[in-house]
Design a protein around this ligand. Structure first.
Ligand code: NOJ
Ligand code: NOJ
Length: 556
């Protein structure tokens, strides 16, 4: 009796304390004192709701976004092979559906009526309210992929086709104007101004000091716009906007100047995609090469300058390719990964591991199968695809480094990835680097693309000393060389493992988005809370693409 009484008092006291904690937490959340920037990551919220459940104050987390608009997949989904190590598949899978949709909508929110794409709506700490040539081009790739997906599959698109293609055309028109806007680097007449990295939202030049030139801009823009005219060509579509006239006009007036820029400047140093280092970079050179390769096709098609321009493009392609493979030092003796900026390796400042190399591989190769149908000659093929051992060692090198570097990665299968190990940018200023949404989702996208290519190639997989590190978390290989025969049970179970591996990176993304599916640029390496520019357009684009590639990889 006495005992029973004591227990009761203790339990009541505990309940009282718990309720006080809950009331405070609830108050904070409801009063929105947890503003966006420091909103709790999903994992923390989940633990909070579990705790509520535990003490009998059950409150199931509700997503207040568009969950209801989107048909959730039935529990027995078609993707039986996919399991995430931490989340039961149905929950993960329905998250993917919601997040892909949320991301797409968030991208559209960052595009103004006139086709200007802002990097982020954040106007201070940091101010990303500008149109970057790179971020915009990468984003429009996603819009084009969206059109392609919904065209090929004949699926019902939740965002109207015409609305999306209209935005793409406005983006193109907008870039016609940006190309011709004189800026600190020069003007349109001498082409030098094309490497200006960012412009004000009202289309005027950004005249303050910045890391310029950034020579990936013309390459990425040309690739993106060519992808659009490729798409129109394949689907018998037409340019709608009267000012853009037709594909030939777009090629002559907008694509060609960017290609000319690349022919003239590919050998010159410039700032990297992270806007920090003036040098030669793998990312920049690869997107330039890809633009040239895509440009060759259209210059042939339009018989540009009676074929003289085609010859010029082919020559530039050949020498640049040669430099990428041999001269520039991206492959360096004693190092088994791709070196992003070789000068920094020489000076001892960086090892060269950088998610930029993986982004470059993805941007340069993700449309390989579509392009193969157009019969590209082998001589024009792009180097460094997803099977390249140096590329595989880059992704695994990053994973190994960042597993240790970021405390939140403890006991994780897939891990949160940042830009490069030596990074010190915290999203506003410099202190310590953190994981990024772009990098983490790019790891999963890369692995899905690897799976996809492995499946369509239908060939055996050889694991040896050159690529063993990449497979190390997935399969125990003894001996010097191990061959997995196509479609053997070993082969298939490795595929299953690879899917789990890729999923587990996306699951990290899931953990750090907020309850609305919003994403900033980075999340803190200790606490997991988001930081840096809010609602970063590129984050949404990267996650959307990763989920798209998951579907492609699983559909085979
Ligand atoms: C330094 C960062 O590392 C870089 O990526 C960024 O673009 C600039 N600061 C400007 O915010
Ligand atoms: C900083 C990134 O380093 C750079 O790549 C990007 O273009 C800008 N932020 C804008 O998002």
């Amino acid at each position: 009796m006495y005992h029973y009484h004591l227990l009761h008092i203790e339990r009541d006291a505990m309940k009282l304390v718990s309720i006080l904690v809950i009331v405070t937490l609830n108050g904070l959340i409801n009063a929105q004192l947890w503003s966006y920037q420091i909103s709790p990551p999903t994992a923390i919220l989940e633990r909070y709701f579990k705790f509520l459940n535990f003490i009998g104050l059950d409150k199931t987390p509700e997503r207040t976004d568009t969950a209801s608009e989107i048909p959730l997949p039935t529990t027995s989904s078609t993707t039986a092979t996919s399991t995430s190590t931490t989340v039961p598949p149905p929950q993960f899978e329905s998250w993917l559906e919601i997040q892909q949709n949320t991301s797409f909508r968030a991208i559209l929110q960052n595009i103004n009526q006139n086709g200007v794409i802002v990097a982020s709506p954040s106007k201070q700490n940091p101010n990303y309210y500008y149109q970057w040539i790179r971020d915009s081009a990468v984003t429009v790739r996603t819009l084009i992929s969206y059109l392609e997906e919904h065209h090929d599959n004949n699926t019902k698109a939740s965002h109207s086709h015409s609305q999306v293609s209209n935005l793409i055309e406005l983006y193109i028109l907008n870039n016609y104007k940006l190309q011709r806007t004189p800026n600190r680097l020069g003007d349109f007449a001498n082409l030098a101004g094309l490497a200006e990295p960012k412009f004000n939202v009202d289309l005027t030049a950004f005249n303050e000091p910045w890391g310029r030139p950034q020579r990936d801009g013309p390459g990425l823009r040309a690739m993106t716009i060519i992808q659009f005219i490729d798409y129109l060509n394949r689907t018998d579509g037409e340019v709608i906007h009267p000012e853009l006239q037709n594909s030939n006009y777009i090629y002559q007036k907008i694509i060609k100047p960017d290609l000319q820029y690349i022919c003239q400047y590919w050998n010159e140093s410039g700032f990297d995609l992270w806007e920090e280092v003036d040098s030669i970079h793998f990312f920049t050179s690869m997107v330039q090469l890809k633009a040239l390769q895509m440009g060759i096709r259209w210059s042939k098609y339009f018989q540009d300058e009676d074929g003289t321009f085609t010859t010029k493009l082919i020559n530039s392609f050949d020498v640049l390719k040669q430099h990428i493979e041999n001269e520039f030092g991206f492959v360096s003796f004693g190092f088994d990964h791709v070196v992003e900026s070789p000068r920094l390796l020489d000076s001892g400042e960086r090892l060269g591991l950088d998610i930029a190399t993986i982004l470059a591989v993805i941007y340069a190769h993700e449309n390989d199968d579509k392009e193969q149908q157009t019969g590209e000659p082998v001589a024009n093929s792009m180097p460094f695809n997803v099977f390249n051992p140096h590329v595989l060692n880059s992704i695994s090198g990053l994973i190994i480094d960042m597993r240790q570097r970021y405390p939140i990665n403890k006991n994780r299968f897939g891990v949160a990835l940042g830009r490069y190990p030596e990074d010190v940018y915290n999203g506003i200023g410099t202190s310590e680097g953190n994981p990024w949404f772009i990098s983490t989702s790019t790891a999963s996208e890369f692995i899905y693309q690897f799976i996809y290519n492995l499946q369509i190639q239908k060939s055996n997989l050889v694991i040896d000393d050159t690529n063993r590190q990449f497979f190390q978390p997935l399969i125990n290989v003894t001996g010097n060389e191990y061959t997995l025969e196509y479609n053997s049970s070993d082969f298939n179970s490795l595929i299953t493992k690879l899917v789990e591996y890729a999923d587990s990176f996306l699951d990290v993304v899931r953990t750090h988005t907020d309850s609305q599916g919003r994403m900033s640029e980075q999340f803190n390496k200790n606490t997991g809370f988001m930081q840096g520019a809010k609602e970063l357009t590129w984050s949404y684009s990267a996650v959307w693409n990763a989920i798209r590639w998951r579907k492609k990889a699983l559909a085979i």
